[in-house]
Design a protein around this ligand. Structure first.
Ligand code: MOS
Length: 754
């Protein structure tokens, strides 16, 4: 076992002899994905022909199922079973943990007549083909005793309470500080419900081998899925093998399992054959979680030089009636800028909507949409450049808790970004620049997102051919996990990339926390480095202790691994030759990482600065994102290509949050209006012009043995605000209700006489 602060000795990731670390290496699984041969959960070949399950969603948001008629569905062609709450197999009550160390409790499906949200799966039809199951699902007739859903966030906001276990954080005296400030800003922003819209909807395939359930599903975290399924099935955790080899996007929406997994496993057991169950694109909108809407009030008080004296971000948000998830949109604000008087907190309303949950950069993605626009507005009131305003409020230590920053290069990001973008060409007065019919403007915003390290294990094997196999119960949700693990292995053992195999996404493998909170690469990679170092040690001891090795008698600490050869000074042999002779069949060792006990003595974040150029058509209110530039400081970068993809993907999400994304609630049904990708608008290629992400050289020695941090969410923090600020600079219209759609902009444009 190793943790950050007991790490000593050679560090191949830092030495980077082969130059593989930081290189833009192609994706390990890229050829499989681009040829359509990477088996996603629904496409895995089961041992015998599968049956197909289709779920039926509730058409009311709250109430009880009073009538069930499944006769016609049962009689339909190819139908093998039809389940509702009346005949589904018994499952332990929700949240049951028979095993005390289970990382998730039971998640029963169809378990009662109670309907708790629109679209809740209330019936399952399994048939011999997907088409037969889909057709029969339409013949399931349910009647409801439905109450009128309480979904009006705006009306309930006034009565919202603090989230469970949470207090507001006040430092100094905000009220007095604000009142005494020479320049004040007090504005409110709103953000809508957002859906994750992963390319691959949630899907599962399960079969049984005797008493053992084998399940493939699309999930970000392996262990909680395995444990939760075992608890739901009422079986031992070792009797569930859960795999998630390829995942078509997660974004937080696959941090938990849904009824597809439970129902596939139950139906496979009942039918004695493999069963596949998937959400349709339409079912994803209600049947899985979403990012909740927010109302955010920002109050900033500054002196005439732009130094913040009082600073507040208060967030109202909502969650499901039975839930407590909170969109922590105010949290990041506690660390971003200095101010002696500070107030931040959250208010939560429970509504009859589907479950709210985390979505890429939970908190920051929503919160920067208000605060980073408020800073822009304050800069204008002060007559200051918005970059300069941020630099003037740069805190020397974490302003909330006084902890030193492990690394903080926000100012460098701001300055380098401004220079690369050509920020000095920006005219501070809005509406001054035209390009044909377009009004053109520049905007910027800061980016921040936390950095985390969690406990993880990993194993490394070397075989008779000198091939290194990395095994870890980690996931790759499209982020590049396979690839960065391969790079770390190749660098650590001195073998070419083509001589590394990576096996992840399986509950049988050494446990890792999975993908979320942008902790994946740091956590999984650190455990891999530890495993690699342990394998180096084992190989060094093997070689120096083997009378037949040219390395015999050498100092194991002096061993060098390079190009598939192990050597000490001028003596060497191939890794494959050594293993074949001295350890036939190969060697396997484990490694482990744990956060150091003093890790929280530092304030650890990743930072960035976004710059954006937009065009606004004053006649139609159409906005075109012409240029986006992000400059980021996120520790050492392992793979320039996959990291860049993560960052630009996040930046585009920001543009989407500013301009198109959002799902309005239909108060009559407690449903979301956007039910597919024709109605819920995610950006396509034509919506986004030039996008560039620059990564500064940085090594954060406090973060983990590799000095790396995360980039999966950072790009999505602040990028929407940069777009909104650019719109204002282009045309002088501030829209504080996201998304900034043409109808809202037009109202402002007309009012300005443009
Ligand atoms: Mo992420 S939204 O923390 O999976």
């Amino acid at each position: 076992m190793s943790s950050v602060n007991d790490w000593a000795g050679p560090n191949p990731v830092k030495d980077n002899r082969s130059g593989l670390i930081g290189k833009g290496v192609d994706r390990y699984e890229g050829p499989l994905k681009v040829t359509g041969t990477a088996p996603y959960a629904y496409e895995v070949q089961p041992p015998s022909p599968p049956a197909y399950g289709v779920m039926v969603g509730a058409t009311v948001a709250t109430g009880r199922i009073t009538g069930v008629d499944i006769a016609e569905a049962e009689a339909a062609p190819g139908v093998l079973l039809v389940w509702t709450h009346r005949n589904v197999p018994a499952q332990p009550a929700k949240g049951t943990r028979k095993h005390p160390r289970s990382t998730a409790g039971s998640k029963p499906a169809l378990e009662s007549d109670r309907v708790a949200y629109f679209g809740q799966p209330v019936a399952l039809v399994v048939a011999d083909t997907l088409e037969n199951a889909t057709a029969a699902a339409r013949l399931v007739r349910l009647t409801y005793d439905a109450a009128s859903p309480d979904v009006d966030f705006a009306a309930r906001k006034a009565g919202a309470g603090q989230p469970p276990g949470e207090e507001d954080v006040e430092i100094g005296n905000f009220g007095e500080g604000f009142a005494a400030s020479a320049v004040q800003l007090d504005e409110t922003w709103t953000t809508p419900i957002q859906n994750h819209c992963q390319m691959e909807p949630c899907a599962s395939l399960a079969w049984w081998e005797g008493d053992r359930c084998i399940a493939h599903t699309s999930i970000q975290m392996v262990k909680p899925a395995q444990h939760g399924l075992a608890e739901t099935l009422g079986i031992d955790r070792d009797d569930v093998r859960l795999m998630t080899r390829y995942i078509g996007g997660g974004f937080g929406g696959k941090g938990q399992t849904y009824d597809d997994l439970t129902l596939a496993a139950l139906a496979a057991r009942a039918l004695g054959r493999p069963v596949k169950v998937a959400f349709t694109r339409q079912q994803m909108m209600h049947g899985t979680i979403h990012r909740p809407a927010t109302v955010q009030r920002v109050r900033l008080g500054a002196d005439r030089d732009g130094r913040l004296n009082a600073f507040s971000l208060m967030t109202w948000t909502h969650c499901h009636r039975d839930g407590a998830f909170t969109e922590h949109a105010s949290n990041f604000a506690r660390t971003l800028y200095a101010a002696p008087n500070r107030l931040t907190g959250h208010r939560l309303v429970k509504l009859d909507l589907p479950g709210a949950g985390p979505m890429r950069a939970p908190g920051e993605a929503s919160g920067t949409l208000s605060l980073e626009c408020a800073m822009d507005e304050l800069a204008e009131r002060l007559g200051l450049d918005p970059v300069e305003l941020r630099i003037r409020n740069e805190p020397p230590v974490d302003p909330e808790n006084g902890r030193p920053f492990s690394q903080r290069q926000l100012v460098r990001c701001l300055k380098e970004g401004a220079q690369l973008f050509g920020w000095d060409r920006r005219l501070p007065t809005p509406g001054q620049v035209r390009d044909g019919r377009w009004l053109v403007g520049y905007g910027m915003a800061a980016a921040i997102r936390g950095n985390f390290l969690l406990p993880a294990k990993c194993s490394f094997s070397v075989d008779d051919d000198g091939v290194i196999t990395v095994r870890q119960g980690m996931t790759d949700i499209g982020t590049g996990t396979y690839t960065v693990l391969a790079q770390i292995a190749a660098e650590t053992l001195g073998v070419p990339l083509g001589q590394v195999r990576v096996e992840i996404g399986d509950s049988e493998l050494p446990p890792a926390p999975g993908s979320g909170g942008q902790f994946g690469a740091a956590t999984a990679g650190s455990a891999a480095l530890m495993a690699g170092m342990n394998l180096r040690k084992a190989i060094a001891e093997l070689a120096t202790g083997d009378a037949e090795s040219p390395l015999h008698g050498g100092d194991p600490a002096k061993i060098v691994f390079q190009d598939g050869v192990v050597g000490i000074e001028n003596r060497s042999e191939t890794l494959a030759g050594l293993i074949r002779r001295a350890a036939p069949g190969g060697l396997t060792v484990e490694g482990e990482i744990r956060p150091a006990s003093d890790m929280r003595e530092w304030s650890q974040q990743t930072y960035g600065a976004h710059f954006c150029e937009v065009g606004v058509d004053p006649v139609t209110g159409e906005v075109r994102v012409r240029r986006m530039l992000g400059v980021f400081a996120a520790g050492r970068i392992i793979n320039a290509k996959t990291a860049r993809s993560q960052l630009t993907g996040g930046m585009i999400w920001g543009a989407a949050s500013a301009l198109t994304e959002g799902n309005p609630v239909d108060p009559r049904y407690g449903s979301l209006l956007g039910q597919d990708l024709a109605q819920y608008l995610v950006p396509v290629q034509a919506d986004i012009g030039e996008v560039e992400a620059i990564m500064l050289d940085e090594v954060d020695d406090k973060a983990n043995p590799m000095g790396i941090k995360g980039v999966g969410e950072l790009g999505n923090s602040g990028s929407g605000a940069a777009v909104a600020n650019a719109i204002y600079n282009a045309c002088g219209v501030r829209v504080r209700e996201y998304p900034i759609t043409p109808d809202k902009l037009l109202a402002g444009l007309i009012a300005r006489g443009l």
